[in-house]
Design a binder for this molecule. Structure first.
Ligand SMILES: NC(=O)c1ccc[n+]([C@@H]2O[C@H](COP(=O)([O-])OP(=O)(O)OC[C@H]3O[C@@H](n4cnc5c(N)ncnc54)[C@H](O)[C@@H]3O)[C@@H](O)[C@H]2O)c1
Ligand SMILES: [Zn+2]
Length: 446
């Protein structure tokens, strides 16, 4: 289901709330100017003065779908990099995810050959730099400054490219380095996990963890381009192939009931990692994520709402409590199950819909409980609940959590009933116990 042509989305961020739109300048009225000058003098005298303008910036956000991105005869990457008529060599620094490099040993060489093929217009400044991927890479500033050193060493400027090839964690690290070197170097993402192809890689954020908190340091910086190549996923372990499904389920749940039905229909094929089903899921999920960014009116999250983080308040906390042993997608699956049960318990969501969601996640192979849900502090409070305040703080403003009203429709709430959240946690626990016991029973019987 690869669409060789690029899907191009554009968005223009809206003015920051509270700042009035800039008006067309009026013809000069000299009497008025005199009056204004008097008023200004008066204001300055009493220390009051302000100049307000609205700054509009337009971004072109392009996501291309292709196969074999580094095959010499595939011009997708070349065409993305050579985007104007200037006669110059486009310099590129390529960073690749270590696990990817190990499981696809020919990849670095293939990238070098690709650049050699187009040496009339492209210049790879050094052999691809292999960098640790996975969540651990996000837990310090070390790799960001390593990339900055390469930028300095190879004279990468704001018109050169930093190309990241890897999972969501590596893309977050490289994205942050690219956004901060020279205040922003052109950044091309080539995501290599299901999750980064169907969600994180096509978004506009980057970040690393600090003070034990997810994505504490980061920026909003739309990439220059994203290229999704399904073939790059073949070496992913089953766990990481699956983890990304949950972001598709998430966006289907809050935005597109028909897509949710389609995932249900494909559930068995997805559980077997059948390529056609995976590609359908990735394409539509990426499209829905991009639609949100391009049309929500708040791509840089100036407000307090973040609908695409449905199921994430608990997930981010669980990732941290598990010392990042839980994958982001695995934690989000638990977070969605928790919020769906909670929504049912407060009478927002009907039982049949809540069961549908949980059944689909289980069918896809997700474990919907983690012991970290029951971790407590010295006062016997469940630690996961602190995720709510951390989530609010990360977004700023009023607590805003997206819950499910029906399949395909999210709703924002500004308060959570903690006793009901705790009931939902215990319900997940019981469900998990019943499930594991029945699995043991079936095995014992056979
Ligand atoms: N910036 C955003 O908007 C955003 C959105 C959602 C998630 N995220 C972040 O994305 C991260 C999760 O990303 P992920 O699910 O891609 O996991 P990941 O990046 O941790 O990758 C999982 C593992 O697979 C390895 N790997 C990557 N590609 C491979 C391949 N093709 N073959 C073999 N191994 C490969 C990685 O090295 C890693 O060990 C989290 O840190 C999460 O917070 C960011
Ligand atoms: Zn996520």
């Amino acid at each position: 289901m690869a669409t060789p042509s690029g899907t191009i989305f554009r968005f223009i961020p809206q003015g920051i709330r509270g700042i009035p739109e800039q008006r067309e300048p009026e013809p000069p009225n000299f009497g008025q100017i005199k009056l204004e000058n008097e008023r200004l003098k008066e204001h300055i005298k009493i220390g009051m003065s302000a100049i307000e303008r609205t700054i509009q910036v337009s971004y072109r956000h392009q996501v291309h779908f292709t196969q074999g991105v580094f095959s010499a005869d595939n011009r997708a990457l070349r065409d993305v990099l050579v985007n104007d008529r200037e006669e110059r060599l486009r310099k590129a620094l390529v960073i690749i995810d270590e696990s990817l490099a190990l499981s696809q040993p020919g990849l670095a060489r293939e990238i070098e050959c690709y650049f050699a093929t187009y040496s009339d217009c492209l210049k790879l400044v050094c052999p691809p730099v292999v960098l640790e991927g996975g969540e651990r890479a996000k837990n310090s500033y070390f790799h960001v400054s390593e990339i900055h050193s390469e930028v300095e060493k190879y004279h990468i400027d704001r018109h050169s490219y930093i190309i990241a090839v890897g999972g969501g964690a590596l893309l977050d690290v490289v994205g942050l380095a690219a956004a901060t070197a020279h205040r922003g170097v052109r950044h091309v993402r080539i995501p290599t996990t299901t999750l980064s192809q169907d969600d994180s890689g096509v978004g506009v954020k980057n970040g690393i963890n600090a003070f034990g908190k997810k994505n504490f340091i980061g920026t909003f910086a739309p990439p220059f381009a994203v290229i999704n190549d399904f073939q790059l996923l073949h070496s992913l372990p089953a766990r990481d192939k699956r983890a990304g499904y949950v972001e598709a389920v998430k966006v289907a749940l809050i935005r597109d009931g028909i897509f949710f039905n389609a995932i249900e229909n494909d559930a068995e094929a997805l559980a077997q990692f059948e390529p056609a089903a995976m590609q359908r899921l990735i394409y539509r999920s990426a499209e829905l994520h991009l639609n949100h960014i391009a049309t929500s009116g708040d791509p840089f999250e100036f407000g307090s709402a973040r609908p695409l983080d449905f199921g994430h308040w608990a997930a981010h906390k669980l990732e941290q409590l598990s010392d990042y042993k839980l994958r982001h997608g695995e934690a989000v699956a638990i977070g969605i199950a928790l919020d769906v049960i909670y929504a049912r318990r407060i009478g927002l969501l009907d039982t049949a819909s809540s069961e549908r969601v949980i059944n689909l996640l289980e069918k896809l192979g997700f474990e919907l409980f983690a012991n970290e849900l029951l971790n407590i502090d010295a006062e016997h409070n469940l630690l996961v609940l602190t995720g709510l305040e951390e989530f609010r703080e990360h977004l700023g403003g009023e607590l805003t959590i997206t819950l499910l009203k029906s399949v395909g429709e999210g709703v924002e709430v500004h308060a959570m009933n903690l006793p009901k959240v705790i009931e939902a946690i215990y319900e997940l626990h019981e469900r998990h116990n019943r499930r594991t016991h029945s699995v043991v029973h079936v095995h014992g019987a056979s």
